[in-house]
Design a protein. Sequence first.
Length: 435
Amino acid sequence: MDRLKQKFYDKASALKVEIKSLLKEHGAKTVGEVTLKQVFGGARGVKTMTWETSALDPNEGIRFRGYTIPELREALPKWKNGKEPLPEGLFWLMLVDEMPTQEDVEWLADEWEKRSTIPAHTYAVLEALAPDTHPMTQFTMGIASMNYDSVFAKRYSEGMKKSDYWDATYEDAMNLIARLPKLAAYIYRKVYHNGEHIEADTSLDWAGNYAHMLGMKDADFTSLMRLYLTIHADHEGGNASAHTAHLINSTLADVYLSYSGAMDSLAGPLHGLANQEVIKWIFEMTKQLGTTKPSKDQIAKYVQDTLDSGRVIPGYGHAVLRKPDPRFTAQKTFAQEYIKDDDYVNIVWNLFEVVPPILDSLGKVKNPWPNVDAHSGALLVHYGLKEYGYYTVLFGVSRALGVMAASCWSRALGLPLERPKSVTSKWVKEFISAS
């Protein structure tokens, strides 16, 4: 048993015993009440699941095992005199609730490199698709195709004991994370660079190698990828993609199938696809205004025109947060340090000043502040990654870290099949009449 797996097993075994005792004594306690508004409103805010790896507070923002994003930027190990945190370190932290050492993250980077070979049939699946198939569609299909060699599926068919589900899930999770940069880079080079692929550099870390295989040579872009893949890694379990993975995985489908489903969810415009919608909207604005250096007054008018046309301002608002997204702030801090001046970055910053007061004035917007998607596109464009149809794939590579860690916990704790109760509108009417 490898060092990380052993550490996870010890932690999970102890928590499983603790939870069993807790439920025996307190299982009948009421956690909260559900309103009809929540019944009809997508179960917004209803507490119905546990998620060990992160928690989202409306005012404090996301915390990974208790750490804020600024704290992670300081505490997580870096890569050879770099300034940005390594995603390997965050995965270690989320999985076993311990801040890793430099030795730990270097071991994990090497371990993922050993596991990173993608099956030949996966490449065949991608090549069989129409050339203009959306990158997210290719990504989800590539992930699902790797189910063919799932450790969990194979061992389950052989009669694996329930107590060993976590072990097989860990193996699949580690393999999937290891393969994702190669899969994602292959799709990028296939779609946007005539299939001129770049071999992996085994001397690099997980994020650094991803940047290399994309073909991005700027060292600052590599630093951005380390930060980007860290801050997008998790956002508690209730968001659409994480919850999709949790639901599918609760059926004992392996993580390739559950994560493929999660990526189908991430591809929706109300979720991860929003990052491409933001930069697309900014491009449309600069084209209409005839300048990449619009004044704040010009931006304000374009924002108002967008709202008057019945559309929303992409990148603004969040289902849970009631403050600027700390992930937006982290990217803004990165830009202030690494980028001296950039027209699109400046537009993002001006939007940050212009949009919230306009949305606030409407009187019905709960959160007028920017979310993570408001900034990422401008940073990627600055470094030359202008193909915004690919941006959600970047998000998907990162989100695997949190979802895979949580999937290991779900199997280790023996969490059951998720099966909420639905009611009909007729039942609701009768319920109201009887009240």
